[in-house]
Design a protein around this ligand. Structure first.
Ligand SMILES: [Zn+2]
Length: 163
C-alpha cells in the first residue's frame, strides 16, 4: 500500500523499521528483505514510520510492543507478529505523509498563480501598446480570440481617450 502525489514526485508508505538503520525493501512470507540484500525475520520489526521516495521520513517511529500486559503509549502499537503496519498505524503514517506533501502542492499553486499573473501583466502591456499605435478593439479582440466588446470591457481602463 503506497500513496502518490498527482505529479508522481512523491510516493509514501508506512515503512517497516528494523534495528540497525537498514530499510526494508520487501517481504517474503515471514521474512523481511533489507536494502543490503540480507534477510531477517518479521519478528525483528521494531516499528513503522512514514517514508517517502524523496527521502523524507517521519520524525517519530511508531514502536512495536509485544507485551500484552503493558498499555501501549500513543506512539506504540501492540503487535505480536511484526511485519506490515497495523491498519491504524498505516492511517497515522498516511496523515503524516500528507502533511509532508501538502506544502509542496501549495508551492506549485503559488508558482502557477505567479506565472498566471505575469502573463496577464504582459498581455495588458501588449494591448496598451497596440492601442497606442492605433489598433481597434475589434483588431485586439481578434488577436486575443475574444469579442470586440469583451476586449473593450477588459482593457478600456488603459485607454485614456476612450471612456
Ligand atoms: Zn516526499
Amino acid at each position: 500500500m503506497s500513496w502518490q502525489t498527482v505529479d508522481g514526485a512523491h510516493e509514501g508508505h508506512a515503512a517497516i523499521e528494523v534495528p540497525g538503520g537498514h530499510e526494508v525493501t520487501g517481504i517474503q512470507g515471514d521474512t523481511l528483505i533489507l536494502d543490503d540484500g540480507t534477510k531477517v525475520s518479521i519478528s525483528e520489526t521494531a516499528g513503522w514510520r512514514a517514508r517517502c521516495t524523496c527521502s523524507w521520513k517521519a520524525e517519530l517511529m511508531i514502536e512495536r510492543v509485544t507485551d500484552r500486559d503493558v498499555e501501549p503509549k500513543s506512539h506504540q502499537a501492540f503487535d505480536p507478529e511484526g511485519g506490515p503496519a497495523p491498519k491504524w498505524v498505516e492511517t497515522t503514517c498516511h496523515t503524516e505523509w500528507l502533511d509532508h506533501v501538502r506544502p509542496e502542492n501549495l508551492k506549485s499553486v503559488c508558482q502557477a498563480a505567479e506565472a498566471s499573473r505575469a502573463s496577464d501583466r504582459s498581455l495588458d502591456e501588449a494591448v496598451a501598446a497596440a492601442r497606442e499605435s492605433g489598433a481597434s478593439w475589434a483588431d485586439i479582440g481578434d488577436a486575443v480570440g475574444i469579442s470586440r466588446q469583451s476586449a473593450h470591457v477588459r482593457w478600456r481602463r488603459f485607454d485614456a481617450t476612450d471612456q
